[in-house]
Design a protein around this ligand. Structure first.
Ligand code: 3HC
Ligand code: NAI
Length: 700
């Protein structure tokens, strides 16, 4: 049983005990119902306190139960809340920490609520693409007022308990305890003080009114519509709260909430967000690295190279309060790097996003050096020098000579072999890839590249430090391009075939942006620099001479059109501006190229563009999974959602493929393979994909 029952004198205490966050799974719900029954049957019990053990009162309904029979099995959450309301003795919720979603709804079903200061209180269901489904949309407006409740429900954001408790007229909390430590004592004393009060107060009896209801809800709907974009839940949250104010009875409002909740639960957007929630947390777990693996202490960090990446990487650690020493070859390079960091922080100060004193504190944590001997105290050293193996070799040999035993030596390389880099040292177990994305102080993704000999404690430490600097870390094995860039290479190849066959760059970009990508492949190429892809292709032409490529991207680079940095790429740019303007020169180049190949262009639908681009990611993702480069498909999705602008509401390429049905994915690939202007070998389904499709399964 994941709820405990104890009697202290005349008070019964029911304690949720379902770690890690007291999710309201079936056995916990049953435990609460049983405890309630026991307390009511015991004549010596005068009142009941409901509380939670561990780090939360309750994080809400058990997300892992969603979609299974268990979620609906009696007693379901609504039945438990009804039992609380109908209890013959007063029930006091004692909230010492997080009260979220179903957890807050449970507390709202109690007759009284005593809360400690510092608790995070929220109805965050909207972040999972649903709405509160156990009365939250009906009860919260009754205790906090319609506007405050609606803000909390539509945003899903947590509010601190002391703030809510001090809001004028609030009826959410009956008492703010002095501290989390004294909460239980105070809650029991409170329960005793109300033991004989009748009738028992119920939130459902309170009014839910807004003085300008119609106008207010119209205004909110317009605003939310603009912000919610690809997600249906926020608007439905408004509908549910509106129902609290217009329904003829509380129960009629509950029925409306239930209908909306169930409809949202079945949407692909909610499935995508729930997948994202679980995949994000699962990404931090490495199958053969147990959670109790000892970690190394990271008190001081060093960064080698103060260029584009080095500066951004350093900022992450400074932001987290960890001192950083930056090393460069020349004082001018250090000065340039420092100036960029200062400029970035000053921009934040100007926008009011960073306080001046915080900025100064951060800069005070930063020091510089030209001498490797100064790195002897660093616990973690991250190399971000030129992408040339010879340069990396020189750096790692020096690091091996000066770094203290047990220091972690990381490389930010995007294409080089981490095992080779490790071989330049006598301590390959301490070497790991930390592949940040540009701009490194902004982008959430961090690919942690696990070398053949990388120590488990090194991995555990890097995953923990990634959390500290607020990155989403995903482990990748060693391969060319790791997870993200290896997949994007196939996507770019396919984008090239689309151009050759009849699309313009703008048409391809528009189609995939309409699907939800932050940026299409051609705008992305212009931003990153088309010369980077060119260098990779030149290498590929040597390594894989038989592989088919469209030559348009090479022709573009031969014209010197590297992208935004040359004010000309797939698009034209006005110097200093980022707007992508269609280029007549590029269209001419593409048309001539088609003519040279004897291709008569055809009109390609947006749907075909999207399918060909997305499925090229899916197929390479399947290879990556099968080779064990990624240990689970959710990791690949996290890479794409946090590093490559894949639309959140689609849940990542591998999840999206499951939504389409892998059988349909394979059928589409067979169809594309018939196209003589495409590449039949490209569309050969990865063996794992073919097997899962045949078995009617999805990636896991
Ligand atoms: N159900 C099941 N497991 C949950 C959970 C929940 N509601 N909330 C968190 N967890 C699990 C996580 O999956 C993770 O598991 P793991 O250790 O196996 O990976 C563990 O708890 C810890 O989670 P975090 O890493 O997020 O821990 P933090 O301490 O950083 O945050 C938290 C704790 C604030 C509770 C955060 O987890 C959170 O925001 N959870 C989601 C809360 C939520 O969305 N609740 C609404 C659920 S839907 C609902 O209640 C429907 C109802 O209206 C009918
Ligand atoms: P950059 O050219 O902007 O900066 C490199 C810096 O390293 C320069 O300031 C240079 O003076 C310094 N440097 C070179 N050799 C050195 C040495 N021996 N000792 C000390 N400093 C030295 O390059 P950028 O873009 O920052 O790339 C650095 C690394 O990060 C590369 O490995 C690159 O592949 C990788 N990377 C780059 C990304 C990007 O978008 N720019 C994204 C992810 C990884």
């Amino acid at each position: 049983m994941t709820a405990q029952y104890h009697v202290h004198g005349d008070i019964a205490v029911i304690t949720l005990a379902n770690p890690p966050v007291n999710g309201l799974g079936l056995s916990t719900r049953q435990g609460i119902a049983d405890g309630l029954a026991q307390a009511q049957a015991d004549a010596s019990v005068k009142a009941i306190v409901l509380t939670g053990a561990g780090k939360a009162f309750s994080g809400g309904a058990d997300i892992k139960e969603f979609g299974s029979d268990k979620a609906l099995q009696e007693p379901n959450l609504n039945s438990v809340i009804a039992a609380l309301e109908n209890a013959s003795k007063p029930v006091v919720a004692a909230i010492h920490s997080v009260a979220m979603g179903g957890g807050l709804e449970l507390a709202l079903g109690c007759h009284y609520r005593v809360v400690a200061p510092g608790c995070s209180v929220a109805l965050p269901e909207v972040k999972l693409g649903i709405l509160p489904g156990a009365g939250g949309t009906q009860r919260l407006p009754r205790v906090l007022g319609v506007e405050t409740a609606l803000n909390m429900i539509v945003s899903g954001e947590a509010v601190k308990s002391e703030l809510l408790a001090s809001a004028p007229g609030q009826k959410l909390f009956d008492k703010l305890a002095a501290s989390p430590e004294s909460l239980m004592e105070e809650a029991q004393a409170f329960a005793r003080s109300v033991a004989d009060v009748r009738p028992l107060p119920l939130v459902r009896k309170l009014p839910a009114k807004h003085p300008q209801g119609d106008a207010y809800f119209q205004f909110v709907r317009n605003m939310v519509k603009g912000m919610a974009k690809n997600f249906p839940a926020p608007l439905k949250c408004v509908d549910a709260v509106a129902a609290a104010t217009t329904s003829r009875s509380f129960d009629e409002g509950l029925v409306r909430e239930r209908e909306l909740f169930l409809a949202l639960m079945a949407t692909p957007e909610s499935r995508a967000l729930r997948h994202l929630f679980l995949a994000e947390r699962a990404a931090s777990k490495i199958p053969d690295v147990p959670s109790d693996t000892p970690q190394r202490s990271i008190q001081a960090v060093a960064v080698i190279g103060a260029g584009t990446m080095g500066g951004g990487i350093a900022m992450n650690f400074l932001n987290a309060g960890i001192p950083v020493k930056m090393l460069e070859m020349k004082p001018e390079a250090l000065e340039r790097g420092l100036a960029t960091i200062r400029k970035n922080y000053e921009a934040q100060v100007k926008k009011g996003k960073l306080k001046q004193d915080k900025y100064e504190q951060r800069m005070a944590l930063l020091s510089t050096t030209l001498d490797y001997a100064d790195l002897a105290q660093a616990d973690l050293i991250i190399e971000a020098v030129f992408e040339e193996i010879g340069v990396k070799e020189a750096v790692f040999r020096q690091l091996d000579a000066v770094a203290k035993p047990g220091a972690i030596l990381a490389s930010n390389t995007s294409t080089l072999d981490v095992d080779k880099i490790a071989s330049f040292t006598q301590r390959p177990q301490d070497v790991v890839g930390m592949h940040f994305f540009s701009p490194a102080n902004v982008m959430k993704l961090l690919e942690v590249v696990r070398g053949a000999q990388t120590g488990k404690d090194v991995l555990a430490t890097v995953m923990a430090i990634a959390k500290k600097i607020k990155k989403t870390a995903v482990v990748s094995g060693v391969c060319d391009g790791f997870i993200g860039n290896r997949m994007i290479e196939q996507y770019s190849r396919q984008a090239g075939f689309l151009i050759e066959e009849g699309c313009t760059p703008a048409q391809v970009d528009k189609a995939i942006e309409k699907f939800g990508f932050a940026m299409g492949p051609f705008r992305m190429g212009d931003l990153a620099g088309n010369d980077i892809g060119w260098a990779i292709r030149k290498r590929r032409y040597q390594e894989k001479p038989g592989m088919k490529y469209s030559k348009t991207a090479d022709l573009l680079c031969e014209m010197g059109r590297y992208g935004q940095k040359t004010s000309a790429g797939w698009y034209d740019y006005v110097p200093g501006k980022r707007d992508a303007l269609p280029s007549a020169l590029v269209v001419e180049m593409i048309e001539k190229h088609r003519k040279d190949l004897g291709i008569t262009p055809r009109k390609i639908s947006d749907e075909e563009i999207v399918q060909r681009l997305v499925l090229s990611l899916v197929n390479e993702g399947a290879h990556i999974l099968e080779e064990g480069i990624a240990s689970k498909s959710g990791d690949i999705d996290m890479v794409y959602l946090t590093g490559y602008g894949f639309p959140l509401h689609r849940g990542g390429p591998m999840h999206y493929a499951g939504e389409l049905g892998l059988f349909n994915v394979v059928q589409a690939m067979h169809r594309f393979a018939q196209n003589p202007l495409d590449d039949a070998a490209f569309w050969q389904p990865a063996p794992l994909l073919a097997r899962l499709a045949a078995a009617g399964q999805v990636f896991n």
